[in-house]
Design a protein around this ligand. Structure first.
Ligand SMILES: [Zn+2]
Length: 443
């Protein structure tokens, strides 16, 4: 928790003479939570990040006069957002909708604005901690319009800003003035630290989406219809990574222009892989229920694959997607924020990792707070270059074998307790009766 009023306590130092900067005020012109600072030695004025969100790890300074950003942590993207937003700052009015659920007495602001969908959602998940552990605080949620539907019940107020993600890093002086005016009457105001990756023990996804995740104890019962969902996106495709080089991209573009044969189209390749994967699984599971969900133009899937893709997402559609994830034994998809809500709701997750993304591993998975062996079994991360047949074999095993692992390895199964033996045998028989009818996959 960060003190916003009366004044933030902050330890930024002048990059020119190392003097500790004096805090004059705070300023929130959008996703950035800032302090206005002045150097007592050289008199220069700065904006400095308050320690929330990404800035908790990499706080930066911006010189008011020049717009130069001092980034001692060398995090280019975060520095660029600050530099460019200040350079292009706006005072254009934004739609600012206030919903009050009770009078504010001890307000704490949770700023969920950001230009990346995943960042907004992860900040939002911090809300539950305050609702459950800090009831003396009045939680005020500052959210972009696209996140409003996920704000949990019990907050004191919601401030919804009509700011699309594409403008999420905008520096807006109108917004800063509106926030300041709404907090003017209070002597004390707090700001949430808004962890970028809150711990699974601190949130339950159904508090946010109002959709109950796949009940893992129903895994057997639901094996009558194994349900698998591919999470689709088109700005990062599951295709052949050997075609990602600039030269290859240029050759493909040229081929497209001259109508050359043998043209490699990444989106078409993704479609081919998804259909092939589903077809392999269908051989083993004739009653397979397979769907494609995500942002993209629907229409090019066989009729036995449910196509839930759309190019115009709204809250109703996104909640319907969550219901589909929650009905899925397994969700599969390429690494990215597209996997946050699917992994939070499905029984198990298989993620395809592009070579360049290993450094961001697990940032996009909302895991349950599970035993370590169950976690390893239920959240699989494999190279995106994994052959389709290998992936099908792995998913086939995951569907059939999760029960066996549960029986032999779950903490309650290996607790030294005499009554376990009979109960486990019953469970084992139930598991065999559900999995016996299925075919094997060739591998
Ligand atoms: Zn100075």
């Amino acid at each position: 928790m960060i003190k916003l009023k009366p004044l933030p306590e902050l330890s930024h130092h002048c990059p020119f003479d190392d003097a500790r900067l004096e805090v004059l005020h705070w300023y929130i012109p959008g996703m950035r939570n800032l302090a206005e600072l002045q150097c007592p030695k050289c008199g220069r004025e700065f904006y400095g990040d308050l320690l929330a969100g990404q800035a908790l790890f990499t706080p930066m300074l911006l010189e008011k006069q020049t717009g130069n950003v001092h980034d001692p942590y060398n995090v280019k993207w975060f520095a660029d957002w600050l530099r460019n937003s200040y350079k292009n700052r706006s005072a254009a009015p934004l739609e600012f909708v206030t919903e009050d659920f009770r009078p504010l007495q001890n307000p704490l602001l949770l700023n969920c604005l950001d230009s990346l969908y995943g960042h907004c959602l992860l900040k939002l998940l911090n809300a539950q901690y305050y609702l459950e552990k800090r009831p003396e605080l009045d939680l005020v949620m500052l959210v972009p319009k696209c996140m409003r539907w996920m704000v949990p019940d019990g907050v004191a107020a919601i401030w919804t800003i009509d700011l699309p993600l594409s403008r999420g890093s905008e520096w807006n002086d109108f917004l800063a003035a509106e926030i300041s005016a709404r907090l003017k009457q209070f002597d004390k105001v707090w700001l949430s630290v808004a962890y970028s990756h809150p711990h699974p023990k601190d949130y339950d996804i159904e508090r946010f989406t109002r959709v109950q995740p796949f009940p893992i104890d129903k895994w057997y019962e639901r094996l009558e219809t194994p349900t698998v969902t591919f999470i689709w996106r088109e700005d990062r495709l599951w295709d052949d990574e050997r075609n990602h080089g600039r030269l290859k991209q240029w050759v493909n573009k040229l081929k497209a222009q001259i109508g050359a044969r043998g043209l490699y189209l990444p989106r078409r390749e993704q479609t081919r892989r998804v259909v092939l994967l589903a077809a392999h699984l269908r051989k083993a599971f004739p009653k397979l229920n397979f769907a494609v969900v995500g942002l993209g133009k629907p229409g090019d899937m066989p009729d036995w694959i449910e196509d839930l893709r759309t190019t115009a997402l709204d809250a109703t559609e996104e909640k319907a997607w969550c219901n589909r994830y929650a009905r899925s034994h397994i969700v599969i998809g390429i690494h990215g924020s597209n996997m946050l809500l699917p992994s939070a709701h499905a029984g198990a997750t298989v993620e395809l990792m592009p070579s360049k993304c290993w450094g961001n591993m697990i940032q996009d998975l909302l895991m349950s707070n599970l035993d370590c062996r169950a976690t390893l079994f239920r959240y699989r991360i494999v190279p995106a270059t994994t052959p389709v047949i290998e992936l099908a074999v792995m998913i086939h095993s995951l569907i059939k074998d999760l029960g066996a692992v549960d029986i032999t390895m779950a903490p309650e199964s290996v607790a030294h307790n005499d009554s376990n033996d009979v109960r486990l045998l019953e469970k084992r028989l139930q598991y065999l009766s559900k999995t016996a009818p299925y075919n094997d996959l060739p591998c």
